[in-house]
Ligand binder design. Structure first.
Ligand code: SF4
Ligand code: SF4
Length: 411
């Protein structure tokens, strides 16, 4: 059997990946670059560096796992696979840091994360998150950013009502609800359902599903990720033609269940998974009503780099007449959220976010809405914009399509 680090073998140390790495751009330190980390990971694999070596831990812990280094690599290095192997080995040898252990423990138990998110919704509902949001209370700013954006008003008189497409064969989709997405972004699930139905899909529920396991897989706990994956396999078995997901981080792992589980059942599940933009783009999607909006798309790393889904999101946004779409410089660079990274590595997370927020603040013209298809990115960018006092909303691309469909009279 080949080494789990084998995906790093093609590295020729050319350094083409360095300018694509947000942590290297933040520190300028070779050890915070993909090339430097590959050297460290190989040394760890060979036993030349101990798993408790402080410098090794510092630089590998500081990796966002964003995989922005993969598409720019001319040698096809599978950096994400190598990082996964390194983090698994480190977790086996040194265990998890207490905060990581706590957070992963919460996300492994449905009752635990539901309780925490219920409290978060309560804070949000009382307006406390919005009132307390600021640079010193960034958690509150992130929570405030989960508040549904104000829907845009149509920019033209309402046209005669349009009818949704009729569902045809091969059109049933089961909605992956997830944890954060389901608890804090229920409005995005609602928009997902409505926009898919307008395009002729029948959207079904899959009771018994739970967290996808991405946080565990990326942190180096594939065992916990497999347990969660098996529960999802059972929940979705035989339910629909496709499994639709609107969270880029979850989608990337769901599409990787074949690798994670190493069996045919995982492969079959993975083959059914589609990001919501993929399903919508397959049907056009049908055009909506006009909205007078300046929107900048920020690509979630796990959609852009891990799933290589990009044009489909643009197709969704271009189905909205009147929407002025831009891609700001660095739109495909990580925002610093990266799952539980923003909790574990707050200083680097904020340094990476600062680059993103500065790019948005400097944009001319400035967008009124930043759109991105991942809960962590919505919270991180939305929190960063609030903390910086910038009056720019965040919304998922399907929310914008949903407003446009409402304007068009689909519902
Ligand atoms: S990962 Fe790819 S781009 Fe980066 S140094 Fe290695 S071969 Fe070059
Ligand atoms: S995964 Fe992201 S942060 Fe880590 S080395 Fe690659 S580009 Fe840099």
């Amino acid at each position: 059997m080949s080494s789990p680090f084998a995906a790093l073998d093609p590295c020729v140390h050319c350094g083409f990946c360095l300018p694509a790495c947000p942590t290297y751009l933040a520190t300028g330190d070779e050890a915070d670059s993909p090339r430097g980390r590959i050297v460290l990971m190989r040394a760890l694999e060979r036993g030349e560096v101990r798993a408790d070596d402080a410098a090794l831990l510092q630089h590998l812990d500081a990796c966002l796992g964003c995989r922005g280094c993969e598409p720019v690599c001319p040698s096809g290095v599978g950096y994400g696979r190598g990082l996964e192997a390194a983090r698994t080995l480190l977790a086996e040898r040194r265990g998890f840091r207490p905060l990581a252990r706590l957070v992963l423990g919460v996300f492994a138990r449905r009752a635990a994360w539901r309780t925490i998110f219920r409290a978060a919704r309560w804070l949000r509902g009382l307006g406390l998150a919005q009132a307390l949001a600021g640079p010193r209370r960034f958690g509150m700013a992130m929570l405030a950013a989960t508040t549904p954006a104000r829907a845009a008003t149509p920019s033209a008189a309402a046209p005669p009502s349009r009818r949704a497409a009729e569902p045809g064969p091969g059109s049933t989709v089961a909605l992956f609800r997830g944890c954060v997405m389901d608890e804090l972004f229920g409005h995005v699930h609602d928009a997902t359902r409505r926009t898919l139905e307008a395009n002729g899909y029948t959207v079904l529920e899959a009771p018994g599903q739970g967290c996808c396991g991405a946080l565990h897989a990326h942190a180096g706990d594939p065992g916990a990720a497999r347990t969660l994956a098996r529960a999802n396999l059972a929940a979705f078995a035989g339910r629909a033609d496709f499994i639709v997901v609107n969270s880029a981080g979850c989608g990337a792992l769901l599409k990787d269940y074949g690798h994670l589980l190493g069996d045919d059942a995982g492969q079959r599940f993975a083959a059914q998974v589609r990001d919501v933009s993929e399903l919508l783009a397959e049907r056009g999607p049908r055009p909506g009503g006009a909205l007078d909006l300046a929107v900048a798309y920020d690509a979630p790393c796990h959609l852009q780099h891990a799933q290589r889904v990009h044009e489909q999101v643009l197709a969704v946004l271009r189905a909205i007449p009147g929407l002025r779409l831009s891609l700001l410089p660095g739109f495909d660079r990580c925002c610093g959220s990266a799952g539980i990274y923003s909790l574990l590595e707050p200083a680097m997370s904020q340094a990476v976010l600062a680059q993103k927020v500065a790019g948005i603040a400097d944009a001319s013209p400035r967008p009124g809405i930043m759109t991105t298809g991942n809960p962590g990115c919505l919270m991180q960018i939305g929190g960063g914009l609030r903390a910086a006092g910038l009056p720019i909303q965040v919304a998922h691309p399907v929310e914008l399509l949903d407003w446009s469909y409402r304007a068009a009279g689909y519902y």
